[in-house]
Design a protein around this ligand. Structure first.
Ligand SMILES: CC(C)(COP(=O)(O)OP(=O)(O)OC[C@H]1O[C@@H](n2cnc3c(N)ncnc32)[C@H](O)[C@@H]1OP(=O)(O)O)[C@@H](O)C(=O)NCCC(=O)NCCS
Length: 134
């Protein structure tokens, strides 16, 4: 499958809500509930899109502290596009974008099952981290 990967590429909130529902097993939020476009434009350092002709098949949001730290959120790849290296390339493009903005660190947190993806395929260094349920 030919997929174009782009830093700050075009996407609609609708496409992202459909992809999110498939990737994370949620219902499809409508654009008023989850306005991805408005949110990333206003708050994110950037985002990365993966597009096959006519469809958004990959996405990751890249947040930051405005200076040194960036982190990735909501990495998602459509099932039809998995295990072809797209997830790894989305993360690599996010890292390149964050580095170009002057960031020194890219963070991620993930479930145990994704250790091989993040630590082996994407080369993140394991580090202690914490999480509070709110
Ligand atoms: C996790 C995810 C983004 C991976 O996308 P992908 O495009 O399939 O990943 P890649 O093809 O770049 O994977 C590279 C390697 O990482 C590892 N890997 C990929 N997905 C994995 C998974 N779900 N569990 C464990 N290891 C995985 C494999 O070693 C894989 O190599 P292989 O295809 O030869 O087996 C995708 O499965 C997804 O969207 N999952 C649902 C949403 C999610 O959990 N997102 C992450 C939130 S922290």
């Amino acid at each position: 499958m030919a997929i174009d990967i782009e830093w700050r590429g075009e996407f609609t909130s609708r496409e992202t809500n459909v992809l999110h529902a498939e990737a994370f097993g949620t219902r499809v939020y409508d654009d008023a509930e989850w306005d991805w476009r408005g949110l990333v434009e206003q708050h994110s350092l950037g985002w990365v899109t993966g597009r096959s002709p006519g469809a958004l098949v990959g996405f990751v949001n890249v947040l930051w502290d405005g200076l040194v730290h960036a982190w990735i959120q909501d990495l998602m790849v459509a099932s039809v596009a998995r295990h072809q290296g797209l997830g790894r390339r989305l993360v690599s493009t996010a890292a390149t974008g964050a580095r170009a903005a002057g960031c020194e660190w890219l963070h991620v947190d993930f479930d145990e099952a994704l250790r091989p993806f993040y630590l082996e395929a994407c080369k993140f260094i394991p580090t202690p981290a914490g999480l509070l349920r709110l």
